[in-house]
Design a binder for this molecule. Structure first.
Ligand code: PNS
Length: 189
């Protein structure tokens, strides 16, 4: 059987445990799984494409048949350019179905030879979405267990830049306590 290449497209802003679960499942089924981050999204993302690329690469370093890439424009055109035979998407709950069906049928209209394959992430992640993770983190709530640790750390750094300094044991000196520059004029010689 030719298991072929599959593309798993998305925004991944940020990658969640649900995404990772789907990547692990997909990697067992397909010869190669290309996780493709959309570059030209209309939404203003929390993480840059480079940051998402870095996080996904770190998270999938142990999966030898998984590659992380980015794409612009039509997803089916990108899929064809890498010789993918199918598109992988996750369905968490019935509420995802309508949007996913619409997208799958539009992609089929654009490229009839490409099949969309749906997989379900583990039920413990069925309520986890990037949007809700961003919302909880922005409001100061805990995201432990919803996203991988690498992502949790990045969220903390993004939302509280002081966190990175604390973590590195760097203490920021309050402006008032900072040593004033020595303004004594040097004698002209
Ligand atoms: O994770 P998301 O945001 O639900 O992923 C959506 C994505 C990136 C898969 C979808 O928006 C997409 O494929 N966009 C590329 C443009 C495209 O091909 N549109 C037509 C297909 S509906």
């Amino acid at each position: 059987m030719n298991k072929g290449i599959a593309v798993y497209p998305g925004s991944f802003d940020p990658p969640t445990n649900g995404h990772l679960d789907l990547i692990q499942r997909g990697s067992k089924i397909f010869e190669e799984l290309v996780v493709a981050i959309l570059r030209n999204s209309e939404k203003s993302p929390m993480f840059s494409v480079a940051e998402r690329l870095g996080m996904l690469r770190a998270l999938t370093a142990d999966l030898k048949n998984v590659r992380i890439d980015t794409f612009n424009g039509l997803m089916v055109e990108y899929a064809k350019s890498i010789d993918a035979i199918c598109i992988l998407r996750g369905i968490r709950a019935i509420s995802d179905y309508e949007y996913e069906l619409q997208m799958a049928l539009m992609n089929r209209k654009l490229e009839p030879t490409l099949e969309t394959v749906f997989m379900m992430p583990a039920d413990k992640y069925s309520y986890v979405s990037s949007r809700l993770v961003r919302e909880v983190a922005q409001a100061g709530g805990p995201v432990k267990g919803l996203v991988p640790e690498v992502v949790e750390q990045k969220l903390k750094e993004k939302l509280d830049p002081a966190y990175k300094l604390q973590d590195l044991n760097i203490v920021e000196v309050p402006v008032a306590d900072q040593k004033k520059p020595d303004r004594k004029r040097k004698k002209r010689v």
